[in-house]
Design a protein around this ligand. Sequence first.
Ligand code: SF4
Length: 461
Amino acid sequence: MYSVVLILIMNPITVSLDQLRKYNVPGPRYTSYPPATHFTEEVPSLKPQASGLKPPLSLYFHLPFCSSQCLYCGCTNIVTGDQGKSAEYLGYLEREIKMRAKYIADGSEVVQIQLGGGTPTFLLPEEIEQLGEMIHTNFPMAETIEAGVEIDPRCLTPEKVDALRTAGFNRASLGVQDTNPDVQKTIARIQPLEQVAQANQWLRDSGMESINFDLIYGLPGQTVASFSQTIDDVLTLSPDRFAVYSYAHIPWIKPFQKSFEDQLPDVEIKLQLLQLAIEKLTGAGYVYIGMDHFAKPDDAMSKALFDGTLQRNFQGYSTLKGVDLHGMGMSSISHVDGRYLQNKKELDAYYAELDAGQLPLLRGYVMTAEDQIRYDAIMHIMCNLYIDYAQLSEQLGLDFADYFKTDIASLDDLEVDGLVRRETGGLHVTPLGRLFVRIVAMRFDPAIQSGQPKGRYSQTV
Ligand code: SF4
């Protein structure tokens, strides 16, 4: 049988085509548990935290505007040529910030801020500073804050970099995706490497503490040779972190993705692209954090992996544990005190709720006691690639191996295929299993195991 030979550093790994086909099924990305497809229109109330609890705070702000539509994009965004839109949006965002600030417990402090979108750098320099001012005057700030921003190199200027630094941002994530001109043309995102290098230089010169590059594998027209060149190109710029995302084909939500459907690489090539990224980035000295993240060994994310304190949230992996996440702006999701809340996803509806003096909530979910337990199990698999039964038993106040005996027993085929290794005291995800870690997590998700998943998901490979 033809097989794709995957060479992980030090560990030759062979994946058969049958295995690839078996494990390339739709599945959640587990940025939350339960996944957002479980949210209902019955919106839970956002209560002020019970007195005495002072959870650290993570704030997310969604800035939806973009100047043009990239054809691979799965984000909730609004394409506009009207620069004036962002000023109006910031006015509404400020109203939401002031309402949200009332729910923050006395003594809680912000330890993390993230701007996402859309394109946060669509904002003018003075608007970036205005947003920073809004955040800092309405929320109590910890002494040390990780403040990150997603950056589109195509619209970055030195003035915007200065404004970001003035507003307190110390981490930047650049959308690079692929450096091949043909691939860029197909996805309608023309972005020469020189433009990325220029943006990277401005950010470095400004004193940003950590710079991440986003790449995507599985884009139309990508080949092993072309993606190899992309990785060589970006390695010359030596970012502190890489996120190498699997292209998510969701044409039922984003119909414009159909434009290149016939040019998508097949599943074997797609996995070879991921393998190539793992091989080249770890070969260049980056630590493979898990599913889609890599970091230099001295970066905070690598340290969190070694310390076992890595977390997963809507922005991917995070180094902070036990925080309340407040999402603001159109479509953003909050995770506060065992409740998920998502804002209205349409701009008009978002504005209308705020005009009516209400939090602009669309849907949500209240976690049950069982959800909380499964959340911890799934996040351990996704982040630490290991479950120590004794440790989680103590943490959750139950006998882990007994509570999850059906789930653990369901791993027989995954163990035979070399994705996991079970011991009396724990469960390991193997180097091969890291490539399919969502599959391992899915065995602990009763909605998936019952064969009745809620909603549709992208493929796991
Ligand atoms: S990829 Fe980024 S810049 Fe492109 S359309 Fe999507 S949100 Fe906008």
